[in-house]
Design a protein around this ligand. Structure first.
Ligand SMILES: Cc1ncc(COP(=O)(O)OP(=O)(O)O)c(N)n1
Ligand SMILES: Cc1ncsc1CCOP(=O)(O)O
Ligand SMILES: [Mg+2]
Length: 207
């Protein structure tokens, strides 16, 4: 089952990926994407082993961003691949049928191609500008999600990019299965509380 909240770690000077993961899981997150940029596979593998222990302790799904080899070696549940990463069909050959493979989309054409490629979920964005990722694709806004998702998509889609607590209800009304969030949780004064607040909004407990 694909979670409604995809929590994503980020490179921060003051907090390790393991510390970020621990805080997010303490807030109830059950789906973690390890997103480490500009490090060797060997270093990402070390970090992934640490993060995997935390995910296992909390029963959380672990997805590795970008690195198919690391995902396989660490025994993660899945990998997330964008347009400049290994093609998802090739990743499927390397990883096998049981592995979760996520892909990135910015347009309906991207979504159709990913459906054909057999991905398990799609990250569609960005919703708005965000500092968390360089070289962003064009911002979609609510209208973009309504247009792209209006015709129906056969794979679960998570909205991503600059999403704040106050956006979640309206974003979900535009049709995605869930949301993917990084800085809203990692840069919060209390990351666990921020994650819990997201889950409460997704569960309809608060706006
Ligand atoms: C859930 C989700 N959606 C989209 C992305 C972006 O992936 P990508 O386009 O490969 O960019 P990087 O994250 O690798 O910088 C994602 N990571 N997760
Ligand atoms: C990885 C990624 N892909 C599109 S936007 C984005 C960053 C999401 O992070 P944030 O939730 O901090 O904007
Ligand atoms: Mg990528």
């Amino acid at each position: 089952m694909i979670s409604k909240l995809h929590y994503i770690t980020q490179d921060l000077a003051h907090k390790t990926h393991a510390e970020q993961t621990e805080a997010a899981c303490a807030g109830g997150v059950d789906w973690v994407q390890l997103r480490v940029k500009n490090q060797t596979d060997e270093r990402v593998l070390e970090i992934a082993l640490e993060v995997k222990r935390i995910c296992d302790a909390h029963g959380a799904t672990l997805i590795i961003n970008d690195r198919v080899r690391v995902a396989k070696e660490v025994g993660a549940h899945g990998v997330h691949l964008g347009k400049t990463d290994m093609p998802s069909k090739e990743a499927r050959r390397v990883l096998g049928a049981g592995f979760i493979i996520g892909g990135t989309a910015n347009t309906l054409d991207d979504i159709r191609a990913l459906e054909q490629a057999g991905v398990d979920y799609i990250g569609l964005g960005p919703f708005r500008f965000t500092e968390t990722k360089k070289n962003l694709s064009p911002v979609l806004g609510l209208e973009g999600y309504r247009n792209i998702l209006g015709g129906g998509v056969s794979v679960p889609v998570v909205a991503i990019g600059g999403i704040k607590h106050g956006d979640i209800t309206a974003v979900m009304e535009a049709g995605p299965h869930g949301v993917a969030l990084s800085s809203l949780i990692n840069l919060a004064e209390n990351p666990s509380a921020s994650a819990k607040k997201v889950l409460d909004i997704l569960a309809g407990k608060t706006a």
